[in-house]
Design a protein around this ligand. Structure first.
Ligand SMILES: NC(=O)C1=CN([C@@H]2O[C@H](COP(=O)(O)OP(=O)(O)OC[C@H]3O[C@@H](n4cnc5c(N)ncnc54)[C@H](OP(=O)(O)O)[C@@H]3O)[C@@H](O)[C@H]2O)C=CC1
Ligand SMILES: O=C(O)[C@@H]1CCC=N1
Length: 310
């Protein structure tokens, strides 16, 4: 599928649509940067850098964005949020116009409305010979293909909210007939928004739980650590800053040195010291089991999100 400086239509431009547009626009203007020299490498399969010249990568950069929402009030808010760089449309007619005017369509509605949005009059025709990338949790490639015609190329993606600041984690899965240029384009877009991997679709519910929902789980841990600091007398803003920087620092040590998390934990833990006292308290609270079961439960629910409600 030829994709030279494509226009992208975000169908359902809410939290995630805005995060993806914001991050991509920032990547074009160079406002924020993705981490450099990671020990744990970025995308494991097709990436924008695989044998492609800078010129070829430049051609894969989007020429513009169209953002579609359901309600007029949301459209008015979105115009204020995204400014003049993005064309904002609303309603069913807006969806058809947006898909018609674009080369690549990012489906970012809630999973429950994905089928209705793709089955609306005019959408299937407008999607002819175009690339559809869906970020809808639990909606399978098979479902997406059944709601479109064989002329539409389908890719499933699972990004997360830190894409907004280009610190995202995205996993892509492709259908049996996905061409290399569509995969390369999609991988290129999400690699500029953070890290991007390509995995078999069977992993996507677990990915949704760990990486898609993960920022919420991480923020609960962050808030709880800060609460502990507040309990011991630290001002709230200081406690929050410390907790956030600690989580970021520890995570970056894993990503940049490739060290096992247990080795980093051991290096902090002085025999008879305060860290081991805290660690044993965590173990008494079954924190490892609680966090692992959190991912297990969220994976189970993610697998149901694309199903029709009875
Ligand atoms: N939130 C997250 O962290 C993540 C979410 N996802 C997935 O991303 C998708 C979007 O989630 P999120 O951004 O949180 O959801 P939001 O509720 O923030 O956004 C959904 C958007 O869809 C629009 N919409 C609803 N119905 C239609 C329609 N018929 N036509 C066009 N637009 C429509 C809404 O417009 P209006 O406001 O006018 O109703 C809204 O802008 C979901 O499928 C979710 O599974 C994936 C990874 C992470
Ligand atoms: O909670 C949800 O269903 C979505 C999917 C991943 C993050 N948010």
């Amino acid at each position: 599928m030829p994709l030279n400086k494509p226009t992208i239509c975000v169908l359902g431009c809410g939290t995630m649509g805005i995060a993806i547009i914001r991050g991509t626009l920032d990547s074009i203007t160079g406002s924020t940067s993705v981490q450099s020299s990671p020990k744990i490498p970025h995308a494991t399969a097709v990436t924008s850098t695989t044998g492609e010249s800078e010129e070829a990568e430049d051609l894969l950069r989007p020429a513009g964005f169209i953002a579609c929402v359901s309600h007029q009030e949301s459209a008015a808010k979105l115009k204020k949020t995204l400014g003049d760089q993005v064309k904002v449309l609303h309603g069913t007619a807006g969806n058809v116009q947006g898909v018609n005017e674009a080369d690549v369509i990012l489906l970012c509605t809630k999973p429950q409305v994905a089928k209705a949005v793709l089955s609306a009059p005019g959408i299937q025709e407008a999607l002819t010979d175009k690339l559809l990338v869906s970020i809808c949790a639990g909606v399978t490639i098979e479902q997406l293909q059944s709601w479109t015609t064989p002329t539409t190329t389908v890719i499933r993606a699972m990004p997360n909210t830190p894409c907004k600041i280009r610190e995202g984690m995205t996993v892509l899965s492709c259908g049996p007939n996905t061409d290399a240029q569509s995969m390369s384009f999609t991988s290129n877009i999400f690699s500029t928004l953070g890290r991007c991997r390509i995995l078999d679709e069977k992993h996507l519910d677990a990915v949704t739980a760990l990486a898609g929902s993960g920022p919420a789980f991480a923020c609960v841990m962050l808030e709880a650590l800060a609460d502990g600091g507040v309990m011991m007398g630290l001002p709230r803003d200081v406690a929050t800053e410390l907790a956030a920087q600690v989580l970021q620092g520890a995570a970056r040590m894993v990503l940049t040195t490739g060290a096992h998390p247990a080795a980093i934990k051991d290096s902090v833990t002085t025999p008879g010291g305060c860290t081991i006292a805290g660690l044993l308290t965590m173990e008494d609270g079954k924190i490892r089991s609680t966090l692992a079961r959190t991912i297990q439960e969220a994976t189970t629910v993610a697998s149901t999100l694309g199903r029709d409600k009875k």
